[in-house]
Each structure stands twice: as C-alpha cells, then as structure tokens.
Design a protein around this ligand. Structure first.
Ligand code: MTE
Ligand code: MO
Length: 518
C-alpha cells in the first residue's frame, strides 16, 4: 500500500482532518484490522481471527455469577448479542483512536496496544500455536497504515503540517472501506472448512444398527396438543456450547485418540470406527443450566458405538476414575470412568434421529452418556479421550467452579396449559414431561393451589434413560389457580421444593404455572 502524496495542495481545502472525519478514519482503520486479521486467519486457523479471539476470551472469562446467563446467551441462540455488543465497544474505541490521531500518532498507539492485548489472548486460546499471533499482527499493521494514510495523508509516523485535502480524504476513505468489506466477505465465504464439513456430512450415509431402537408407541406418547413431542427433532434440539465458530471437521480428518492411564494408547480413524457394529438408543440429554421449567433438554435417537468397548481396547488402569474428553476446539469434560463402563448406554454417537450428527451437535462424532449433565459428558466434536483421575485433571466448566460430579437431577415440567393461559371451567387436561435419566421416573404428582397432591397418569416408560410424559385431568373451577408438579424417581426420592440455581450442579424446585379458569 504505497501512498504517493500528490503535489501538495496549498489551497483552503487543505487542513487538518476534522474530528467527525477522523472518527470515521478510526473506524475504517479498525475495520481493516479485523478484515485483514480475519482473512489471514483463514490461512492460519479460523479460531485465530482477532474478532473470534476476543469473543471467545470474553466467553471464557465471564464471572461465575453471570455464568448461567452466559451459557444460555452465548451457548444457545444469540451469539449475535455478544458480537453486537463487542462491535459497539470497538466502534467507540476506533472512533476515539481516529480523533486522537489528528495531532499525534496516539490513535496508532492505541490500535497497536489493543492489537497486543488481542495477540496475547490469541496465544492463550486452547488450540493456539505460535501462528495464532500472525492474523492480529498483520491486521494491526494494516490498520495503522490505513489510519496514518487517512489522517496524515501518508503511512508514516510524521504528520505533515499541511494536512489532507477533503477530496483526497474521501477517496482514500471510500477505497479503504470498500476493501475492508470485500476482504471480510471473501474471508467469510472462504470459510472453506465449514463448507467441506457440511458437504462431507451430506455425502455420509449412516450405517444401520443391527437392531433399530424400538418405535415410540402411543402408550409412550399419548396425543395431547401442546405436549412436548417425545422425540425432539434435530432442528428443535437445544444447543449449548462455547463455540463462537462451529468447529468443522470432515470424517477423513477426524481421529480419536484414547490414551493416558491405559495399557496401550489407541488411535482410531473414522473408517476403522465404521467397521464396528453401531447401536441405536433413545436418550434424553439435559443441560445443567436448565432452570426449573426450562427447555434445555431434548430426546433423540442416537446411533453410535459403546464407549465401554472402545475404552476396553485401550485397557484403563484400575486406579483411573475419570475420562477427560476433549473436543477439536479445546472444550473438555470430565466423566466418571464408571459411568462409561457400568453397562449403561454411554455412546460415541455419530447419528442423531436417523441423520449424521448436525454440525452444531458435534459432527462427525460426540459423546452421549445417559444420566449425566452435558457439561460433564456430552463432548461434541470429540477427538481425544484421556483416561485419568479426578484428583489430577479438571475440565472446562469445573475449572470455572461447576461441580465435577453432575448426575442429572429429577425434574418435571408442565407443558399444558401454556403459561398464563385462560381455560374454560370443567375438565382441563394438564400434561408435561418428567425426567430422571438412568434412574427412571416412577411417579408424578400435581397440586392445585394448596390442595392435596394428586397422582398424575404416567405414559409408558420407553426406557429409564429417556424422559416420561404425564397427564392429569383437572376439574377446574373458575378463578386464578397455581398448578405445581413434582416427580419421584425409582430410588423413591421425590423432588425437593427447595429452589436452587443451576450453579454449581443443577437447579432444583417445583415447576409451577398460573392458569386463569373462566
Ligand atoms: N465441544 C463442546 N461440547 C459440548 C459443549 C461445549 O461447549 N463444547 N457443551 C456441553 C453442554 S454444557 C451440553 S448441555 C451439551 C449440549 O449438547 P447439544 O448442543 O447437542 O444439545 O453439549 C456439551 N458438549
Ligand atoms: Mo450444558
């Protein structure tokens, strides 16, 4: 980028750039940092893009008190919220850098300082190599050049006394803006890894299980309008993870290493995996962040390979008690070795409801372990299983204060009638789901206001690893009423009324709903 200064224009048009224009110049310079950084990151590793680095670092360092909100916000649908607020802060900082730059290269200094911070954060990323510094360094250099060019008329640190003509500023600003947009568009569409993974997924024909999971009978799923379907479709399945950018891997890139406290380390590629006999199981997955009455739970037909068999090939040592699973993007979960080997259907899953795993749910392979919250068991995009001990290793969320043992707590939810619904007096059907994975739900009771608890009717149990639907016929009298629900699991324990937040090992309390009867 050479900026040949044209013959100096000593007319009235030539002066120091005004502050609004300087602010625009600052924003363009910052856009250059991000655009160039993003483009270079395509060559290095998408996760090294300065924008993602900053976002991911923020996600990782959110304080505990905000953690529930944080997982839900960043984890489920609105990573956009994070990006938007980051963009707003950056916009202000960039404008400030431009304004500062008018008299001295203070704006450049600010950009370089922020670049330094971002570079340090990049090198701290779980999957970082030394290369992770390159996109930010390249972006910062380009950004400073652009800022100097726009404010001083030349990309050197000397500020010419004459300043920059208005026309010249507009032309440079427009070209830089257009270039930044073009570069970003290219970088985004060249997210070749994602495209490759998506194409690879489309080509993948799932193997068939020897015995498919039994169909869901009408006894298991009575037809009640508004009741959560027994099987959750892939598109409706909740999504929670720390990934700002979908980790993308093709089957031929994927490998699973099993190592640590084992007799012999095992490394498995996808073709080798496919030579094994897959099983199909219906399992309800639940997030520890689920609030009482919340919807961070879903049930799918998972196709996969028993983890116990894969682990047995490596031969875990008798003093090991944990498997630290790691995803391609550095997320980790610590699962009790016993939960993977005690005979329950702990799977290395490759299929979900008859399809290859969706990219967002872990393509090409993830873990699913009945009875444990996702953060200690359900690693998506899994590539590494380290057999170790709880007193030696910690995982992503346990490092952040969440409990290291996290069996799913018994829960019940009212789905029908809807919240604050108005219903006609007379017989009203109340219905919902209840779960106590791997123990099983044996009773659900409903209470109206302060009246005695009534037994709900349980739909047939599909298996103890899946949730169970329930219904209750209510003789509803006019007025406002509070409906409450509680479940009992197969150990005989009834849910406690005591309200607890999801942190550190799952929420407790009875779900209730206020209904108006006319
Ligand atoms: N790689 C990776 N796997 C992960 C997570 C994550 O952040 N990264 N989150 C876990 C959590 S907290 C839950 S509840 C489940 C959610 O799985 P789902 O998004 O398929 O519903 O994934 C688990 N596996
Ligand atoms: Mo979770």
């Amino acid at each position: 980028m050479t900026a040949e200064t044209p013959a100096r224009e000593h007319d009235s048009n030539t002066r120091r750039v005004r502050w609004p224009a300087a602010a625009v110049a600052g924003v363009l310079a910052a856009a250059t940092v991000l655009a160039v950084g993003h483009l270079v990151a395509v060559l290095v590793d998408p996760a090294s893009s300065p924008f993602y680095v900053l976002g991911a670092t923020m996600v990782d360092h959110t304080p505990h008190q905000l953690k529930d909100a944080a997982i839900r916000r960043f984890g489920s649908h609105d990573k956009q919220a994070l990006f938007a607020s980051m963009a707003a802060v950056m916009l202000l900082g960039a404008a400030l850098a431009g304004i500062l730059e008018r008299r001295r290269p203070l704006g450049s200094a600010l950009l370089l300082a922020l670049g330094g911070v971002t570079m340090a954060a990049a090198l701290q990323r779980p999957t970082a190599t030394g290369w992770f510094a390159v996109p930010t360094v390249a972006g910062s250099i380009a950004g400073v050049l652009v800022l100097r060019l726009l404010i001083a008329g030349r990309p050197t640190l000397r500020t010419p006394a004459e300043g920059v003509s208005r026309r010249r500023f507009l032309v440079s600003a427009a070209s830089v803006g257009a270039a930044a947009v073009a570069v970003t568009v290219v970088a985004r569409t060249v997210s070749a890894r994602l495209r490759d993974a998506a194409a690879d997924r489309l080509r993948f024909v799932l193997p068939r299980p020897q015995r498919p999971a039994p169909p869901v009978s009408p006894q298991v799923e009575p037809r009640v309008p508004g009741l959560t379907p027994f099987l959750t479709s892939n598109s409706a399945f909740y999504r929670v993870d720390t990934a700002l950018q979908l980790p993308a891997q093709t089957r031929s890139e994927w490998r699973l290493r099993i190592h640590g406290m084992v007799d012999r380390a095992v490394s498995l590629d996808f073709d080798t995996l496919l030579r094994r006999a897959p099983v199909e199981r219906v399992i309800t997955l639940t997030c520890v962040s689920n609030e009482v009455g919340g919807d961070l739970a879903g049930t799918a037909r998972w196709l996969g390979y028993p983890l116990a068999e894969l682990l047995a090939e490596a031969g875990p040592h008798p003093d090991a008690d944990m498997v630290l699973s790691r995803s391609i993007d550095g997320f980790t979960a610590g699962t009790p070795l016993s939960a993977l080997t005690d005979g329950r259907d702990a799977l290395l899953a490759i299929g979900m409801n008859g399809e290859p795993l969706p990219l967002a749910h872990g393509y090409p392979a993830r873990m699913v372990v009945p009875g444990l919250y996702g953060y200690v068991s359900a690693t998506k995009w899994v590539v590494d299983l380290e057999v170790t001990r709880f007193d030696r290793a910690r995982a992503y969320w346990t490092e952040r204060g969440w409990s290291d043992r996290a069996p799913v707590k018994t829960a019940a939810r009212i789905d029908v009638p809807a919240a604050f619904a108005a219903v006609e007096a007379g017989e009203v059907l109340v219905a919902g789901v209840a779960w106590a994975q791997h123990r099983g739900v044996t009773a659900v009771e409903v209470q109206v206001d302060d009246q005695p608890w009534q037994s709900a009717e349980l739909a047939a149990e599909y298996s103890t690893d899946a949730w169970r639907q329930w219904t209750w016929r209510w003789r509803a009298a006019p007025g406002n009423h509070t409906l409450r629900v509680r479940a009992t699991d197969a150990t005989g324990a009834t849910q406690t009324s005591q309200r607890a937040t999801p942190f550190p090992d799952g929420s407790t309390g009875w779900h209730s709903r206020v209904v108006t009867v006319r």
